[in-house]
Design a protein around this ligand. Structure first.
Ligand code: ZN
Length: 405
């Protein structure tokens, strides 16, 4: 059995862009190393798993590890929480939070409050809030992100999101939801949780609106972080680990909290890399070195690279192209390995012109067993690859087959 390196370049696939001579950022990027891996390996396209209108990073990752989100998905909150080191307990519900900006009518102006990062003073001002015996604990994550934990009896994760997901729309009131059949008690719990959470969000909005940091931001012409946009309520439930499912010793090398969290919940050992921050400035060389080092101890190495997705979401196709080139330049530590399968793909495509995740098929290359004559690594080239079109949920079985042959 070969060792497996799975590199997920988040949001890698894209549509052709007029300003790039109708090439995608991956096509336009100079990537001699990735091209060689594709040429000496096999390639294809992965069809993303649709969960809702568009693919999402969390459910897409579960799918590509071979875990059907319909069965295993916990909600965004628990993964984000695990990624910043919180182990959820019984009677706790976690939600993903964006510090966002709303106007006086609670319409969203910016879902990331100008990508604010200094949220510590804001978080401090929102601690120790308790409503009807439910404790609200807010924890900082990376950048504008945070995690909200609700702790108490009679709470439930069966509630809707407050984040409308779109600029220009009003924040949503939290409502109870019912998946499948719900008993009277479950309905009551959902209602109660929605009620206290709505109260908390209103209170938090008032505190944030009047916070000195936000007043200073406004004076400097910056967007105030005056609302907690919450989504993805979930509670903990054991998921079978990669070891239990496939018998592989697995580790995770990632900068972003969500990916660390998914890794952790799937039983992967988190490998720390200095300077891995999920941003375009991340320490790519350090991550590739960490992969090489991890091969001694682990059979399955999941490495996540985030910035491609964020750059595309900001419409920065040139930045995306340049970042892909940077990945290519730093990939050296994992070249020339023996008895190793290298898989490079994404969780979904992110279309720079649409500034969001999209349904474009995802390019994939697998190096280390067989070759197919594709000349470069791109959406168009991979279409002609030997792997053809792959259902995302079946990807892991293909990887395992190629690793064992
Ligand atoms: Zn993603």
């Amino acid at each position: 059995m070969k060792k497996i390196i799975l590199i997920i370049i988040d949001g890698l696939g894209d549509k052709p862009i007029p300003q790039l001579e109708n090439k995608t950022p991956l096509e336009a990027a100079k990537t001699p190393n990735l091209d060689r891996l594709a040429a000496e390996g096999v390639a294809g396209l992965v069809l993303p798993l649709k969960f809702g209108d568009f693919p999402h990073s969390d459910t897409a990752h579960l799918a590509l590890f071979g875990y059907d989100p319909k069965i295993y998905y916990l909600g965004r909150g628990p993964y984000e929480a695990a990624g910043i080191g919180i182990n959820l307990k019984k009677n706790e519900v976690a939600l993903r939070v964006n510090f966002g900006t709303v106007d006086e009518n609670l319409k969203v102006i910016d879902r990331r409050a100008g990508r604010i990062s200094q949220t510590e003073p804001l978080i401090k001002s929102l601690q120790k809030i308790k409503i009807k015996k439910v404790k609200f604990i807010l924890r900082k994550s990376y950048g504008h992100r945070a995690v909200l934990i609700l702790k108490g009896e009679n709470i439930s994760s069966a509630i809707t999101d407050g984040d409308p997901g779109k600029v220009g729309e009003k924040v949503k009131k939290i409502l109870p939801v019912c998946f499948g059949r719900c008993g009277a008690q479950a309905i009551e719990k959902g209602k109660f949780t929605a009620k206290v959470l709505n109260e908390y969000l209103e209170k938090a909005h008032q505190i944030l609106e009047n916070h000195s940091l936000n007043r200073k931001r406004k004076k400097r012409g910056l967007l105030p972080a005056n609302y907690l946009l919450v989504r993805g309520a979930g509670s903990f439930r054991k998921t079978p680990s990669i070891k239990e499912k496939y018998g592989l010793r697995a580790c995770c090398i990632a900068g972003g909290a969500l990916y660390k969290g998914i890794g952790k919940i799937l039983g992967m050992k988190l490998i720390k890399v200095k300077g891995a921050n999920g941003l375009p400035t991340t320490n790519l060389f350090g991550k590739f070195q960490a992969i090489r080092k991890s091969l001694k101890k682990y059979d399955f190495i999941f490495c996540h690279i985030k910035a491609t997705d964020n750059l595309a979401e900001d419409g920065n196709f040139l930045g995306k192209k340049e970042f892909i080139e940077k990945i290519d330049k730093n990939i050296n530590p994992i070249l020339g390995l023996k008895n190793t399968l290298i898989v490079i793909t994404a969780d979904h495509s992110t279309c720079s012109t649409l500034k969001r995740h999209c349904l474009e098929p995802i390019p994939i290359l697998i190096f280390g067993n067989g070759r197919n004559g594709v000349q470069s690594f791109s959406e168009r080239a991979c279409k002609k690859g030997k792997l053809g079109e792959i259902n995302q949920l079946k990807l892991m079985s293909i990887i395992l087959k190629l690793a064992s042959a």
